[in-house]
Design a binder for this molecule. Structure first.
Ligand SMILES: [Zn+2]
Length: 67
């Protein structure tokens, strides 16, 4: 029996889940790339749903002093 599951935090809702429940993506200068192989270099982030991804994107796009 193996209960060796790593938990990751969703950057959208900040809930902790197993890596199986989350999608890994990497933020590059060109945007967001989904790391389906889980082997891409770079700082990976985890997201549980498209809604959370939108939330994360909106947060990123809000710039200081813009309006
Ligand atoms: Zn989430």
């Amino acid at each position: 029996m193996t209960t060796n599951q790593q938990t990751r935090m969703c950057v959208g809702c900040h809930k902790k889940m197993t890596s199986e429940q989350l999608k890994r993506f990497i933020v590059t200068s060109e945007g967001i790339t989904f790391d389906t192989s889980k082997k891409q270099p770079g700082r990976g982030s985890y997201i549980c749903s498209d809604q959370c991804l939108d939330k994360f994107k909106n947060k990123k796009h809000r710039k200081k002093g813009e309006k």
